[in-house]
Write a protein that binds this ligand. Structure first.
Ligand code: TIU
Length: 237
């Protein structure tokens, strides 16, 4: 069992039963012209989470952790899009409308896919979800339980919407989740802080919050090569 510094107290995890969950690092959220911007948001805030999330992803891959990615989106015929979600926000362009990166939040479109920096590789399932939570109307729980996963390391966007909803769902299904504060992003700086506070309040009411450097330090106790800085790894390769 490894132990990472976290709040409200250290997060204990067994790499064999731990999965890295990368939530919705899609162009539609992190780049201008996508669904996020259609709601009036400044997408540049989300890109801040990407470098640390990429570092964690590479280290987890090198350490052999199970990695799962999620994407929020809908069928091309929008048959799984509730009217309430379609109308919400009264945006100028809706889910399913054509934008510069293809139809907004529609599966198979360029904007719906994951950004290159953290793009999934073979062996890393992608869970397509119609809602904000990673477990609602998906096979996420089946995928994790089949691998006997019990602890989750969570990166992704946005902190107070899909990340928090997914962590709440994970908590109710019996998982322990560690949210890495520098690997999650919000369009709203105040919500970033509040969302993380909520998770770790009341003794960790539905999860833990930590920093990527502390998680990587813990992982490095068992897999020193996996977390070696790029220059060291290149020098020893
Ligand atoms: N709008 C917003 O903050 N988030 C979403 O709509 N989806 C996700 O968080 N992925």
């Amino acid at each position: 069992m490894l132990s990472a510094k976290a709040e409200p107290y250290e997060f204990e995890f067994d790499p064999a039963t731990t999965a890295l969950v990368m939530i919705d690092f899609q162009r539609d959220f992190v780049y201008p012209g996508g669904f996020g911007e259609s709601l009036g948001n400044d997408t540049s805030f989300l890109l801040k989470a990407l470098p640390a999330a990429e570092r964690v992803l590479r280290a987890c891959r090198a350490a052999g952790l199970f990695v799962v990615h999620t994407r929020e989106g809908h069928r091309a015929d929008l048959s799984d899009l509730p009217a309430a979600k379609y109308e919400r926000g009264r945006p100028k362009i809706h889910i399913g409308d054509e934008g510069p990166m293809g139809r907004l939040l529609v599966r198979g479109e360029y904007g719906h896919d994951i950004v290159e920096e953290v793009y999934p590789i073979a062996g890393e399932p992608i869970v397509d979800k119609p809602g904000k939570g990673a477990f609602y109307a998906t096979d996420m729980d089946t995928i994790l339980k089949t691998r006997r996963i019990r602890q989750l390391i969570v990166c992704g966007v946005t902190t107070e919407v899909c990340v928090q909803t997914s962590v709440r769902e994970a908590n109710d299904r019996g998982y322990d989740a560690l949210v890495l504060e520098d690997c999650v992003g919000s369009y709203f700086p105040a919500f970033q802080i509040a969302a993380l506070e909520m998770i770790k309040a009341q003794g960790g009411i539905f999860g833990f919050v930590g920093k990527s450097e502390d998680f990587l330090e813990a992982l490095g106790q068992q897999f020193p090569d996996a977390v070696a800085p790029a220059s060291t790894a290149a020098a020893t390769a």
